[in-house]
Design a protein around this ligand. Structure first.
Ligand code: NAP
Ligand code: NAP
Length: 315
């Protein structure tokens, strides 16, 4: 399907993309959003209580509000995956998995990140049969059961907190003795009587028959192994950047594979901007509010780029 040229096409559908869409529309740019999964990581979140002004809002409600807000400015949203972006006659040509083609004067990449795998035996074999990457989504399925959460960041601690409300027992396995999670989450989990911390330990394998029945953990200093009898395994060990996508699009990445941007969210390719978790900045502190901030800045930069380019074409 061939369409008119948009001023800006935003790739992604998480908080960074919604924010970029809102600002881009308010800058009166002809804007289109092409994204796969409405809300991005927020679609897997529970309560959000760290976005100023929204006290204890449910993530789903927040996604609805994001949608309403861009709808107010008549920004179209296409639910599809962008497969390639090429420069052609001074414009960008975007092709999607669904077979659509879009043209843009500027592009904002807000494609987020992918979940990191543990890479242990049993992980893929028992995926959906006890193994999950989303505590918030699947916690209610483990009512009265024994589970393990792996990781030491905000996701793992938030996951342990939610799971402690459903499961009879929660083991929190972390490879170090210290947590990278915000203290507020650590303190909250420490108060739970059904959560046991298994620190300085790594998971060696996930065992089961038709479904999970346990994990083998090893205490790192003593090399001592033991089996935790659990029916659920929640892997919350962070995310990987969209390396392959960045390579295909041709934007430079940092040594970890995150899309390199400057303080104005400009990538190495003129006219291509990036925002949110896929970028190289503020690594280690990823929040809805930081993704939204980057989306707003990227839209502002795209606005300046589009206006300057239009001026130079008409001169
Ligand atoms: P993260 O902050 O990268 O933490 C990942 C955790 O998993 C770390 O504790 C890490 O251990 C551990 N880990 C990594 N690879 C491992 C492996 N192969 N085996 C065992 N353990 C491994 O990831 P996250 O917790 O998913 O959070 C991602 C971002 O989202 C963060 O910026 C976070 O602040 C944000 N977030 C925010 C909220 C919120 O504010 N409510 C909620 C969720 C996420 P080490 O500590 O030893 O490296
Ligand atoms: P994101 O939520 O990961 O969103 C990225 C979006 O882009 C997803 O909808 C993804 O779909 C889509 N996408 C990926 N590749 C695509 C492609 N090639 N074409 C079209 N769409 C594509 O990322 P974000 O907007 O940068 O950031 C979200 C922020 O929320 C993060 O900072 C995170 O840490 C934070 N967070 C906070 C909490 C909390 O409780 N406070 C909870 C969760 C997250 P797929 O999912 O299908 O790939």
């Amino acid at each position: 399907m061939q369409t008119d040229t948009h001023d800006v096409v935003i790739v992604g559908l998480g908080p960074a993309a919604y924010s970029a869409a809102l600002y881009s529309a308010r800058f009166m740019l002809k804007t289109l959003v092409v994204g796969e999964n409405m809300g991005g990581q927020l679609a897997e979140a529970g309560e959000v209580d760290d976005y100023p002004g929204l006290i204890g809002v449910q993530a789903q409600q927040m996604i609805e509000a994001f949608n309403e807000h861009v709808k107010k400015y008549s920004v179209p949203i296409v639910l599809d995956r962008v497969e390639s972006i090429k420069k052609e006659d001074g414009e960008f040509l975007l092709n999607t998995q669904g077979g659509s083609e879009f043209r843009a004067r500027a592009v904002i990449l807000a494609v987020g990140v992918e979940r990191r795998r543990l890479n242990v035996p049993g992980e893929l074999e028992f995926l959906g049969k006890g193994v999950s990457y989303c505590s918030v989504c699947d916690a209610p399925l483990f009512k009265g059961k024994r589970v393990v959460v792996i990781g030491g960041g905000d996701s793992a601690l938030e996951g342990a907190e939610i799971l402690s409300r459903y499961a009879s027992k929660v083991y929190l396995v972390h490879r170090r003795n210290e947590f990278r999670a915000q203290p507020i989450y650590v303190e909250s989990v420490k108060k739970k009587t059904n959560v046991e911390f298994v620190l300085n330990s790594v998971v060696k394998k996930i065992e089961g028959e038709k479904t999970v029945n346990g994990v083998v953990v090893e205490e790192r200093e003593r090399n001592a192994q033991r089996k935790l009898e659990v029916q659920g395994v929640f892997i919350e060990i962070g995310f990987e950047p969209p390396k392959e996508f960045a390579k295909k699009v041709g934007v430079e990445t940092d040594p970890n594979g995150y899309i390199k941007v400057d303080e104005w969210m400009r990538t190495s390719v003129k006219g291509v901007f990036a925002a949110g978790d896929c970028t190289s900045v503020w690594l280690g502190f990823r929040q809805v509010v930081t993704a939204a901030a980057q989306g707003a800045v990227a839209a502002h930069s795209a606005f300046k780029y589009v206006i300057e380019n239009k001026k130079s074409l008409s001169a």
